[in-house]
Design a protein around this ligand. Structure first.
Ligand SMILES: O=c1ccn([C@@H]2O[C@H](COP(=O)(O)O)[C@@H](O)[C@H]2O)c(=O)[nH]1
Length: 277
């Protein structure tokens, strides 16, 4: 479990705020791995071994495991156990339901004794309001990462809707700020929305932002840093496909490392420029 201070310390130590996304797709992993009893885990294990000194977080996306049923869940559980303790472990599950049901989701991903998983953080959809989010916050020390302004094209359908008090995503942040502080809540903001970061920082000056959308979705790391970085960094930037599928040959882990290193080096330059390190 990583507290806010420990996370900041890891960022300074590793000179990185990279999150490697484990969107492990059985159709995209190297063919030779399919000979192994648990190909998804074997792939993740090698990616983690190759990148752990370059990143401060890992984010398995639940969909890629759940689609396999029981075997996928086993791969996810083994992956969660294998994740390095000095990295923030984020389950990208985008859950949220009436309180009673959210409590079950929280148990699933936060309580090792319930389902074998003990993630540090979970992504949560806030659409159902406070009672859908509070059960996740009830797990002391765990992070709740609320979808604010997503990288998706469809973000315009709801998130930009004018409420009379700014766009809906602003209201989401203002309301969620009343549920817990910046030591428990982060917000998802897509790298494809870099022009909105200045505005977001008005409402979330201290919160860490989980930023997906660089790499395969084309968002700019430079722009994200220019408009979103704080004195403590305040950013966890995710890249999944661009790193983990840099090659689909025998050299896939080395290729993933080379890609992660490129991103880490850009991050180091941005941290130096902003005076974080
Ligand atoms: O707004 C959002 C929220 C979540 N995601 C997730 O992040 C990764 C991005 O993968 P890439 O391969 O780096 O594009 C993936 O798991 C998404 O489901 C997002 O992209 N945007």
């Amino acid at each position: 479990m990583l507290s806010r201070q420990q996370l900041i310390q890891q960022i300074k130590q590793k000179k990185s705020f990279l999150c490697v996304g484990l969107d492990t797709d059985i159709e995209k992993i190297p063919v030779f791995l399919k000979e192994y009893p648990d190909p998804l885990f074997e792939f993740n294990k090698r990616i983690i071994d190759a990148t752990r000194d370059l990143c401060i977080a890992y984010k398995p996306n639940a969909a890629f495991y759940e689609r396999h049923g029981v075997t996928g869940l086993q791969s996810l559980i083994k992956t969660s156990e294998y994740l390095p303790k000095d990295c923030l472990s984020i389950i990208d599950a985008k859950r949220g339901d009436i309180g009673n049901t959210s409590g079950m989701y929280a148990k699933t991903f936060f309580d090792k004794e319930a389902a074998g998983m003990d993630f540090d953080a979970i992504t949560v959809a806030p659409y159902m309001g406070n009672d859908s989010v509070i059960p996740f916050l009830a797990f002391e020390g765990k992070w709740v990462i609320i979808l604010a302004l997503t990288s998706s094209v469809g973000s315009k359908d709801f998130q930009y809707l004018e409420t009379g008090n700014g766009p809906l995503y602003e209201t989401v942040i203002q309301k969620a700020n009343t549920w817990a502080g910046a030591d428990r809540i982060m917000y998802v903001v897509g790298a494809t929305k870099s022009t909105e970061f200045t505005n977001i920082r008005k409402y979330a000056p201290d919160n860490f932002l989980l930023v997906p959308g660089i790499g395969a979705q084309g968002g700019s790391l430079k722009d994200v840093c220019q408009y979103g970085m704080t004195k403590e960094c305040g950013l966890i930037v995710n890249s999944s496909r661009a790193i983990i599928y840099a090659s689909n040959g025998e050299d896939f882990a080395e290729a993933a490392r080379a890609e992660a290193l490129k991103v880490q080096q850009q991050m180091q330059a941005e941290l130096e420029k902003a005076g974080v390190i």
